[in-house]
Design a protein around this ligand. Structure first.
Ligand code: NAI
Ligand code: OAA
Length: 327
């Protein structure tokens, strides 16, 4: 029996908008794990094409079967199952994530609109900072249902917390599970009560002052790397974090992960994207889990939501002012 070679089999497809450090590292992880074909898009001519060719040539060593294309043209991203937005400025020492809002809002909104126009059935994952505000704006312009739009931050922040705990205890990371909620910034909400070592709460193993030190290091995890690198931020752990979310979606491997998701009354919060524990599977965010938070934890989550909402209002006012001067 012969099969007509003209009949093509299609693989899942991930479009990554922004072929910078996070975008290109994510592309490498996705194809080398054989998860999906990747289209990498950027505005800098030659960059996405060069990275794609370089990654393609590594197939001779890595022996995966995934395709990767670099492009400047959104039409090439069509029919993606997942669109990841990493386009935008990273911060440098002395700059907060919030300082990036004005510039990145315009980049993220345009990139989302153009990518989703070619992939209206995609799940959208936002990475660009300030994360919670950018995810809201991307959701608004995408026109997608909220369960198909999410921001990556909690997976990264939890991974950092786990790393610092493992280092402190001299244990393998395999045994450590952490939960970090809230916004991706100074108001993130690490939850030591839900952080365990093989089911043992860390409060049984570490002094409160040590836990507080590790919580603080987690809160400043991004800035610690920005200050070391000087010219940009972290990208290996961020790319690994997005890849974990992509695996849950594409392999339909439902995971319980902290994700910036759209809240409609959960935790007493409305109309905001914020890091909360979610069931993530092939259709996107299938469920938001409402943990039985203590008063202080809930107040911290609500404070984070308030700050995100205020920043969103400021960015939207700025966008409206810009639009009126252009008229
Ligand atoms: N949510 C999170 O946990 C994390 C968020 N980030 C954020 O992700 C973003 C990207 O970070 P990096 O990759 O390190 O920065 P980078 O500077 O290496 O890459 C950004 C890329 O976006 C491209 N770009 C700019 N405008 C564009 C547009 N209109 N359309 C398409 N591409 C465009 C640039 O040419 C550049 O290649 C930053 O905002 C950073 O703060 C980074 C790490 C973790
Ligand atoms: O700190 C930054 O600017 C990048 C980021 O969000 C992180 O690494 O957590």
């Amino acid at each position: 029996m012969t099969i007509d070679a003209a009949i093509t089999c299609s693989s899942p497809r991930v479009a990554i908008i922004g072929a910078g450090n996070v975008g290109s590292t994510l592309a490498q992880r996705i194809i080398e794990k054989n998860l999906a074909d990747v289209v990498l898009l950027d505005v800098v001519a030659g960059r996405p094409q060069g990275i794609a060719l370089d990654l393609l040539e590594a197939r001779g060593i890595e022996h995966h079967d995934r395709q990767i294309v670099g492009t400047l043209d959104y039409a090439d991203t069509a029919h993606a199952n997942i669109v990841v937005i990493t386009a935008g400025l990273p911060r440098r020492p002395g700059i907060s994530r919030d300082d990036l809002a004005q510039t990145n809002a315009q980049i993220v909104m345009e990139a989302t609109q153009r990518a989703i126009a070619y992939s209206p059935n995609a799940i959208l994952i936002v990475v660009t900072n300030p994360l919670d505000v950018m995810t809201y704006l991307a959701w608004q312009v995408s026109g997608l249902p909220a369960h198909r739009v999410m921001g990556m931050a909690g997976v990264l922040d939890s991974a950092r917390f786990q790393t610092f705990i493992a280092l402190e205890l001299g244990l393998s990371i395999t045994d450590i599970h952490a939960m970090v909620l809230g916004s991706h910034g100074d108001l993130m909400v690490p939850l030591p009560r839900y952080t365990t070592v093989r089911g043992i709460p860390i409060s049984d193993l570490l002094e409160p002052a040590v836990i507080e030190r590790l919580v603080e290091r987690t809160r400043n995890g991004g800035a610690e790397i920005v200050n070391l690198m000087q010219t940009g931020g972290a990208y290996y752990a961020p790319a690994a974090s997005v890849c974990q979310m992509i695996e849950a979606i594409l392999l339909n491997r439902p995971r319980l992960l902290p994700i910036a998701a759209y809240l409609e009354g959960e935790y007493g919060l409305q109309d905001v994207f914020l890091g909360v524990p979610c069931r993530l599977g092939c259709h996107g965010v299938a469920q938001i889990l409402e943990l039985d938070l203590q008063a202080g934890e809930l107040a911290a989550l609500q404070g984070a939501a308030q700050a995100v909402r205020e920043q969103l209002d400021r960015v939207q006012a700025m966008l409206a002012a810009l639009a009126s001067t252009r008229r």
